[in-house]
Write a protein that binds this ligand. Structure first.
Ligand SMILES: Nc1nc2c(ncn2[C@@H]2O[C@H](COP(=O)(O)OP(=O)(O)OP(=O)(O)O)[C@@H](O)[C@H]2O)c(=O)[nH]1
Length: 234
């Protein structure tokens, strides 16, 4: 049995452990910016920590540390050394270790955000690592991305259509993109977001707070958006 299947779901004092929220999506769609926005919005009221994943570097952790949104020691980097999905889906041990180290050092925590390295449309978090997950696409990737499917688009707890401020520049109809996404998601929520639109950032923060309430009440059930497309590593 993999090591992570033996790990406890409650804090040692019986308090529910921190909500672990994964943020996945293709390269450059705005995952780090979403983490920064969530830290800015929620850290004044919640005890938070962050784990970033990059293939070769700790670039995302350095970006978040330099943005000053959390004390730097609460931001940990995992260098996956391989495709990002290997560390968020196939063997989550390095990420779980980082999350648990943060909980031990700074706990009790309310919320730990885990950012995947940018991968393709098929990469999602294992429920063994993330209690819930955001999947992020952006208008700059093209108005048809939401129709391309994949487990993140169809099954993540929240789908974000990001960088809506860029829509006029890339000739994308945000309402149509959101409608396509909603059609693919069978009732699961979709949020049109821009870091330049404070109302959309507040909506995202409210979604996370509602999820945290459900997690603490024990009524949130982590779900698996689905497996990756079959593929082989050389
Ligand atoms: N115009 C606009 N640009 C954004 C927005 N959010 C992020 N960006 C820009 O998009 C680029 C990529 O953002 P990141 O947050 O680094 O994206 P990422 O998904 O973390 O990137 P990787 O970790 O490399 O996969 C940066 O230049 C950001 O400044 C937004 O809402 N509007």
């Amino acid at each position: 049995m993999p090591d992570h299947e033996n790990r406890p779901h409650t804090h040692h004092l019986g308090r529910p452990r921190a909500l672990r929220l994964g943020v996945a999506g293709p390269v450059g769609t705005g995952k780090s910016s979403i983490l920064a926005a969530l830290c800015r919005a929620l850290a004044p009221e919640l005890s938070m920590a962050v784990v970033t994943n990059d293939i070769y570097t700790d670039e995302d952790a350095r970006f978040l540390r330099s943005s000053g949104v959390l004390p730097t020691e609460r931001i940990r980097a995992v260098e996956t050394g391989a495709c990002p999905h290997t560390a968020i889906r196939d063997d989550v041990t390095a990420n779980l270790d980082a999350v648990e180290d943060l909980e031990e050092a700074y706990g009790p925590l309310d919320l730990v955000l885990v950012e995947s390295g940018g991968d393709n449309l098929t990469a999602t978090f294992s429920p063994a690592l993330a209690d819930a997950q955001l999947f992020c696409i952006d208008v700059a990737g093209g108005g048809d991305v939401a129709r391309k499917g994949g487990p993140g688009i169809t099954g993540a707890d929240l789908l974000i259509v990001n960088k809506t401020d860029l829509a006029p520049h890339v000739e994308v109809d945000v309402a149509a993109m959101v409608a396509d996404a909603e059609a693919a998601r069978d009732g699961l929520p979709v949020l049109a977001l821009s870091r330049k639109d404070p109302a959309s950032v507040a909506e995202l923060a409210d979604w996370v707070k509602t999820l945290l309430v459900r997690h603490r009440a024990g009524v949130h059930v982590p779900t698996d958006p689905g497996p990756m497309a079959p593929h082989r590593h050389a």
